[in-house]
Design a protein around this ligand. Sequence first.
Ligand SMILES: Nc1nc2c(ncn2[C@@H]2O[C@H](COP(=O)(O)OP(=O)(O)O)[C@@H](O)[C@H]2O)c(=O)[nH]1
Ligand SMILES: [Mg+2]
Length: 393
Amino acid sequence: MDEQDERQSAKKPGLFGRMFGRRDAPAEPPQAPLERPQAPFEPPQAPAESPQAPQQEPEPALAAQDPRPAAELAPDPPAGPAAEEPKGWWSRLRQGLTRSSDSIGSGLKAIFVKRKLDAAMLDELEDVLIRADLGVAAAARIAEAVGKGRYDRSIEIEEVKAILAGEVERALAPHARPLEIDAAQKPFVILVVGVNGSGKTTTIGKLAAKFSGEGRKVVLAAGDTFRAAAIEQLKIWGGRLGCEVIAREQGSDAASLAYDAIARARENGADVLLMDTAGRLQNRAELMAELEKIVRVMKKVEPSAPHAVLLVLDATVGQNAMSQAEIFGKVAGVTGFVMTKLDGTARGGILVALVEKFALPVHFIGVGEGAADLAPFEARDFARAIAGIEEPA
Ligand SMILES: Nc1nc2c(ncn2[C@@H]2O[C@H](COP(=O)(O)OP(=O)(O)O)[C@@H](O)[C@H]2O)c(=O)[nH]1
Ligand SMILES: [Mg+2]
């Protein structure tokens, strides 16, 4: 099976099945978390922050979280009918990217009126694409592709969209690579980094569910030792999935926890160790130094660790993702991206700029808060959704 087939088949039955029923779930109202109907595999949410948490950073994304303990969370309801699945997946991605595709779409409508194609129109197209976060290089390339052989004739918007989708796919496809777990590394150590609220802990839960489902033994390390809530959140995921969670009390040294976690996972014959870290702003030097220390200390137990460093990026932040990738890349040696919240008001164009600048793989995308809401990154679907094409390929 080649990579493409593997990704296709990974996406089909299980994922769609488990996602069914959640795809159109409305955003949860912060005031009434206990009254809404339960969705399949409700994500554990961190309890409210304790006010004396050390070195706490502002965390708007965590403010409205659900304080329920694990016992109150619902078990998995049965999956829905298979026939609905692919549409659910596509419509979620399409919906999540409407902010990008609408901005591009209205830009295109304003430019490509019944008029013959000229250089000024291509300049305007370039501006529209830059505003949609695709980056200067990709914007210029796409405008050039649209212009090629079409000067002095009129061009339909649908034709422009198709060229755009094709070019975006071409830019993204080489970077749409699955995360390969090297079975020779036991444990295969995955360090998960990113700013506060980007979705690190949730992504760890989703990955743990995926790897456990593949029959791998997974250990989780609660490396966000700044916040008691974060430790609890990971314990809930671990408890639910039956994964051991290595945790210490709030305020402990995350690097020494990393050391113990690798040693313990090794002792237990674990296949994968997923290490959470405190969300840190990329401009907080002392927190970044701590992250460097985690990596350094990991290497003392296992010189080849961490085997993967995943930068979790919130797709709604747009351009800021570039500086996050830059700094986390320098400090922690990021090996791949996971882009979350593509079900929200995503600014998905940034993925094009990111892969062009950093030449790193995009392993997964997050399209919701539940365990099944993680999908392998598919360049073609993503490109068509960004371009505002109504149907999946
Ligand atoms: N809609 C949506 N919400 C997500 C996704 N990933 C994470 N979240 C939510 O984002 C918030 C922050 O996530 P969390 O994992 O705690 O972020 P962390 O601070 O980086 O560990 C939580 O409310 C999550 O449920 C996603 O793919 N889609
Ligand atoms: Mg967290």
